[in-house]
Design a protein around this ligand. Structure first.
Ligand SMILES: *Cc1c(COP(=O)(O)O)cnc(C)c1O
Length: 356
């Protein structure tokens, strides 16, 4: 599929934000990508238009039945001033897996990357250059049939919006405290856990709010059937260094297959670490905390890259991990991945996509 992308430039470009005040997802660039899908016609009208509000029918499928999926990745500015993305084809593939689960239309993977490339290229001045800043890219799709009948969608909209974002760690990589959640579950096997769909987030807000009220930054999700096995931390994948083994929950269907997770596994294996994707019960984790075998723990995802876990709360017990300091393996992953992403470290895996 090589559809032409029609570009309409804004007549009123906005002032670029002060790079020191960048937060996450509050400021948007001058343009956005969009195209529509209709059954029998396929994807059509691929275009980049001035950023702005869109008009959606009040009966649209997305509002009533939650047919929505999304992706998240970043464009980085290298020291030479070039712009690159990290493994965007992986986002294209995952978006199609999510689409398949939600009966939304798929998108040609090369075209998905071309759409990203075209938008980022047009918005290149919006890719900030201050340390650890980037342009966050949010592709998303929603079912958009203008009637209330319950059935799979015949029309959909795909868009990409872009937002310059600041350093995730303003005061260095500070370990976070997380709490094992025993009531709410994020996803169940057979459900939509492996799809990056908005509904998974809507269903997770309550536990996140509860954890926050108790003074913890994230929840550690357990599996939905037995409430026994560790799944994810907040909206990140999770890894533990137990003895000499790096353990991360296996992709059983209720876990989101993170691209950062995949990259951590590939990187650690290439460096000779013993990495297992397997079931990890909260009892095993508790025993590893008590015996001191748990040496490091971290969350991983595009936004934070890696996020060290300093305290783990299981029921009434609070365990401190690695003295509440970032561990050696966590630091090594952070340094290598950010080095590749921002182009200061050799890309030996071919993960970098250079924007034209
Ligand atoms: C997006 C996401 C992740 C991380 O995926 P990355 O591709 O590494 O950014 C992990 N868990 C959930 C629930 C997510 O939505």
């Amino acid at each position: 599929m090589d559809m032409e992308i029609k570009i309409t430039k804004t007549a009123n470009p906005k002032a670029k934000p002060d790079p020191d005040t960048l937060g996450f997802g509050q400021i948007f660039t001058d343009h956005m990508f969009m195209m529509e899908y209709d059954e029998g016609k396929g994807w059509h009208d691929a275009r980049i238009v001035p950023f702005g509000e869109i008009s959606v029918h009040p009966a649209s499928t997305v509002f009533h039945y939650g047919a929505e999926i999304f992706e998240g990745l970043k464009a980085y500015r290298t020291p030479e001033g070039n712009i690159q993305m990290f493994r965007p084809i992986e986002n294209a593939r995952r978006m199609n897996n999510s689409a398949e689960r939600m009966c939304l239309p798929t998108i040609d993977e090369d075209f998905f990357v071309k759409a990203l490339d075209t938008l980022v290229s047009l918005e290149r001045d919006w890719v900030p250059s201050a340390p650890n800043t980037s342009l966050y890219l949010r592709p998303f799709m929603f079912g958009n049939d203008p009637f209330l009948g319950v059935h799979t969608v015949k029309s959909a909209v795909f868009m990409i919006i872009a937002s310059p974002v600041g350093s995730y760690y303003k005061e260095g990589l500070n370990p976070v405290s997380i709490m094992v959640e025993t009531e709410d579950v994020r996803a169940v096997r057979g459900g939509t856990g492996y799809a990056k769909c908005g509904g998974n987030y809507g269903a997770s807000f309550r536990a996140g709010k509860k954890a926050e009220e108790k003074g913890y930054s994230q929840v550690l999700w357990l599996d939905g059937v037995e409430r026994k096995y560790v799944e994810e931390v907040g909206a990140m994948n999770v890894m533990f260094m137990i003895g000499d083994e790096v353990v991360t929950p296996a992709l059983t269907g209720s876990i989101l297959p993170g691209i950062t997770r995949k990259s951590c596994i590939e990187l650690l294996k290439s460096r000779g670490y013993n990495v297992s994707e397997r079931l990890l019960s909260v009892d095993e984790l508790k025993a590893a905390c008590a015996s001191g075998a748990l040496r490091e723990a971290w969350g991983c995802g595009t936004a934070a890259v890696v996020s060290p876990i300093g305290h783990l709360v299981i029921g009434d017990d609070v365990y401190t991990i690695n003295n509440n300091e970032i561990g050696k393996v966590t630091q090594e992953l952070y340094d290598t991945l950010t080095g590749i992403q921002w182009g200061t470290e050799k890309d030996e895996f071919g993960w970098v996509y250079k924007v034209k």
